[in-house]
Design a protein around this ligand. Sequence first.
Ligand code: FUB
Length: 350
Amino acid sequence: MNLSGKKVLAALLLTGAVICQSLGQTIKSSVKPLVTDLYTADPSAHVFNGKIYIYPSHDIEANVAQDDEGGHFNMRDYHVYSMDKIGGKVTDHGVALDLKDIPWAGRQLWAPDAAFKNGTYFLYFPAKDKEDVFRIGVATSKSPTGPFKPEPKPIPGSYSIDPAVFTDNDGKSYMYFGGIWGGQLQRWHTGKYDASLKTDLGKGRENDPALNAKVARMKDNMLTFDEPPKDVTILDEHGKSLLAKDAGRRFFEGAWMHKFGDKYYFSYSTGDTHFLAYAVGSSPYGPFTYKGIIMKPVSGWTTHHSIVEFEGKWYIFYHDAELSGKTHLRNIKVRELVREADGSIKTIDP
Ligand code: FUB
């Protein structure tokens, strides 16, 4: 490379521009954190009134020892961010909801999501209740940036973590949720809470079907489920449920739903194997057939994302641990999501 080539490369890096190299199916590139004065993670992005709003977790150093249950993710509030365009200024709208104002919650405000219906914005969030059981709460506001007023109790029938609310073209909304290990989904396997199931289904169950995320249609008021949660089944290429031992493909946490054409794309984190993966189906309930990896592992243990369309292009919001080098102090990022002509998603190598 000659000197002017180097200058161009340096300028691109300085402005945080994406250096993209398409290697067959894989895109390799690096991007800058969107927020640098706070640690942020689990970004759920939405377009409301032509603007991008981001609803992330707010990571803090709470000096809690790292454990398999994620005790070190001890977050206490949420901030909402907005952007007029991708690459534009990121505005922090301050504290939108604080743990101390949620009557039922004990600790750990994990990955949130937001929705809009009938003039009201809804913030959905997981938190451990006073018995240390994860539930999903909802808070409302007339503004996308809050402040949000929490309902006095968690959503009846809710459990586990990582709510993601998707509204279909017919106006019906669905909540996808769940996360294994620290997210406690496995503890509800029999329908009753069993605190002895610490991580997965347990030894000797590796050939059982994998634990599934859950989905429930929301009532029109968006405050409660309209039906008992159902399993989000992910099938392999032979039409069989993924197995518990299939750690490279099975659901772990961080569900997201988007629709492209008439297909429903269910995407999620594989957790201990650190992939963002996706599966495609013909109904918001699935079943979904596993299709591949959206993003290879990022720095840090967790990986979590959202996918949104803005001005005719698709984007993936995600996090890594670039700024701190620590698993529980993360930073959110965004980059374009590229598809093949058949709708399949090109793998990103971050
Ligand atoms: O941020 C806490 C937890 O880490 C989230 O709920 C998971 O999805 C993982 O990102």
